[in-house]
Design a protein around this ligand. Structure first.
Ligand code: NDP
Length: 248
């Protein structure tokens, strides 16, 4: 089936690398104008430049998503240039792993601010014009760890489980405005984030993945492509695992 993508303004946080980059490129290929957000101006800038160089439409907005004031300022700048952002992908995320006894307050609060509170702020700042458009797609990038937990990742798992709760609540609030809100929960995907794992850790993880391998950013972007299409308009409040069968 060929999916229908009417052109919209789309924003992807963490678009500078990995999963966010793949989603930004996919949305640009669908004909959307893609606003690429990352902390480092070089990474979102390079992705936006590459999209523009290949005939797509993109802009870079460097912003620390863990900073609510910076996020509000960026959203203000965006909404002074664009009537609305109709596709919002909350993807930016970090890990600060350690066992609970050793986890510092900063490790806890940095992960909660970057992976969970940021999604709340982007949704709150951008949703009013989206509701006026009576069409919208919000995707939050969760994790298999938000469903099952993981030793050494209490902060990360709490943030990702929180995203799932945010998704379901906002889906109920925005349904009457024709805005769908869903979570994609990836398993282990080959990116810089998992590049930190040792070969032994990777082998141990693969033994727990029924499909016996890591996924790719393109695996996540394929579902984002569908969930942002017209055809996905009756799907909201859901959590979709793209995890090689880890969370069955
Ligand atoms: P990467 O580390 O490869 O990329 C993370 C992106 O997020 C970068 O572009 C980075 O910006 C951006 N980012 C991080 N912190 C901030 C911040 N404070 N402000 C703005 N941008 C920020 O991660 P992945 O692509 O692997 O992960 C993307 C999402 O998918 C995350 O939410 C992650 O938790 C989730 N996920 C990943 C899995 C995996 O196995 N890789 C598994 C399950 C979920 P910059 O380029 O400027 O550094």
């Amino acid at each position: 089936m060929k999916l229908t993508h009417n052109p919209h303004v789309a924003l992807v946080t963490g678009a500078g690398r990995g999963i966010g980059k793949a989603i930004a490129e996919t949305l640009a290929a669908d004909g959307h104008t893609v606003l690429c957000v990352s902390k480092n101006p070089e990474s979102c800038g390079a992705v936006a430049d590459a999209i523009n160089a290949t005939g797509g439409k993109a802009r870079a907005y460097p912003c620390d998503v863990a900073d609510p004031a910076a996020t509000a300022k960026t959203c203000e700048a965006i909404l002074s240039e664009f009537e609305a952002v109709e596709i919002l992908v909350n993807n930016a995320g970090i890990t600060r792993d350690s066992l609970l006894f050793r986890m510092s307050d900063a490790d806890w609060s940095d992960v909660l601010a970057t992976n969970l509170s940021s999604a709340f702020h982007w949704i709150r700042n951008l949703s009013r014009p989206m509701t006026r458009k009576r069409w919208g797609r919000i995707l939050n990038i969760g994790s298999v760890v938000g469903r099952a937990g993981n030793a050494g990742q209490a902060n990360y798992a709490a943030a990702k489980a929180g995203l799932h709760g945010l998704t379901m609540s906002v889906a109920r609030e925005f349904a009457s405005r024709n805005i769908t809100v869903n979570t994609i929960a990836p398993g282990f995907i080959t990116t810089d984030m998992t590049g930190k794992l040792s070969a032994e850790q990777c082998d141990a993880i693969k033994r727990n993945v029924p499909l016996s391998r890591f996924g790719t950013p393109a695996d996540i972007a394929a579902l984002a492509d569908f969930l942002t299409s017209e055809e996905a308009g009756y799907i909201t409040g859901q959590i979709f695992g793209v995890d090689g069968g880890m969370a069955m």
